[in-house]
Design a binder for this molecule. Structure first.
Ligand code: SAM
Length: 381
């Protein structure tokens, strides 16, 4: 890990930093899914998944969350010299035992049907041994679909993507802190809710779900492709209700769209250094990137202040653990932008309260619970 970044993390975790890094390199034991409660009940999902052979459990504290268990670590064996490079999202699923699908592939070497190849991440970490079900030529010419079966990986979790419930949009894979973020936002029917960083639509769809499709939701992300991803998620979950998705740089919506004092609730879930995402493949972030991201995130907080109605609520969340992107940004929001910090009467499930120079936030620490690192703060205008 970059030396300056190590110093930054030591501020928070002190001598436990080594243990933190150890945990971040491993997946949490529980992989969470959100139940689409506008279409089904959690008890129904649990019994139907069990019928399909997937052991799934209800979370003890979050009513629309279920989880499956991750087993391992196992030794990764793969007798081959052939390699295939996959994108970051696919890398994590392969590491957990998922099969290889066409869209995740970045670089190929040629192969025959039934041949073994080693899937690796962009930075060369071995992920899984894949037995191909197609030849290279056939695989190259398809846009979607199965390319190979995962025959050996360091971790194994039941494959949800192949269940009928997943295909029918009754479940959405999401980390527990992400699920909790929208509960903290608590969108209500009739409210105007602005999601400033919405793609691929995980929290946008949850906003629709929790407001029974009766909140008026405006979802922004920075490009047409990102907006397509939001719409694809909403359509898949059948939650495309009362949502306008707009491709736009949301740092300037108060100026470009003259959105002033319009929103009851705003969600800022900006790009971050992802230092809490587990399992991390390689610590290759630099301190400069963390500083740049922190400055970028401040700009969303600034725009959000303009678009919120007086008395409106903002929820800020990141899947990272650096103070610059979390506590320091909330301090900036209070001291420089004029927000008030909101303290909840009860901590969100599995989170711990952080008090820092007069502000309050809620941190998910992999050291306290076997969860990703994450941060949530609530502000009012
Ligand atoms: N909230 C999303 C969800 O739950 O599915 C995840 C959001 S992800 C952490 C951050 C998003 O911010 C990315 O989709 C990224 O494209 C978007 N983003 C980055 N810069 C942006 C900008 N200037 N305006 C709007 N969105 C931006």
């Amino acid at each position: 890990m970059n030396k300056q970044l190590r110093v930054e993390l030591r501020k928070l975790y002190g001598s436990l930093q080594g243990e933190l890094v150890y945990r971040l390199k491993r997946p949490p034991r529980r992989l969470y899914l959100r139940v689409n409660t506008l279409k089904t009940a959690r008890s129904q999902v649990i019994s139907l998944l069990r019928e399909e052979g997937v052991e799934v459990y209800p979370d003890e504290s979050v009513h629309d969350a279920v989880y499956i268990e991750v087993k391992g670590p196992y030794t990764l064996e793969c007798d081959t010299t052939k390699r295939i490079v996959v994108d970051d999202k696919t890398a994590v699923s392969l590491l957990m035992g998922a099969n290889l699908y066409r869209p995740g592939i970045l670089k190929w070497s040629s192969f025959r049907e039934g041949e073994k190849i080693l899937a690796i991440s962009r930075n060369g970490v071995p992920l899984a041994c894949i037995e191909t079900v197609l030849s290279y030529h056939k695989a190259f010419n398809i846009e979607k679909g199965l390319v190979g079966i995962n025959v050996c990986s360091p971790y194994r979790a039941p494959s949800i993507a192949e269940t009928s419930l997943y295909k029918n949009g009754l479940l959405y894979p999401q980390s527990l802190p992400s699920i909790v973020t929208t509960h903290v936002l608590n969108p209500k029917p009739g409210e105007v809710v602005i999601d400033m960083n919405a793609a691929p639509g995980g929290k946008t769809s949850h906003i629709v779900q929790l407001s029974f499709g009766k909140a008026r939701v405006i979802a922004f992300d920075r490009s047409e492709n990102k907006v397509k991803a939001i719409k694809a998620t909403l359509d898949w979950l059948d939650l495309n209700i009362n949502v306008i998705a707009i491709p736009m740089d949301s740092r300037y919506i108060h100026v470009d769209l003259r959105l002033q004092n319009k929103a009851d609730k705003v969600l800022v879930d900006p790009p971050c250094s992802n230092l809490g995402v587990r399992p991390v493949m390689k610590f290759n972030r630099t301190m400069k990137e963390v500083i740049d991201l922190s400055n970028y995130q401040k700009q969303f907080l600034k725009a959000a202040y303009h678009v919120l109605k007086p008395g409106g609520i903002l929820v800020y969340s990141t899947c990272t653990i650096s103070m610059l992107e979390n506590e320091e940004n909330i301090l900036y929001a209070v001291n420089e932008l004029g927000y008030n910090v909101v303290e909840l009467s009860e901590n969100p499930p599995y989170a711990e309260k952080v008090s820092y120079k007069g502000i309050v936030g809620y941190r998910y620490s992999p050291l306290s619970y076997d969860m990703p690192g994450y941060f949530i703060a609530i502000l009012s205008k």
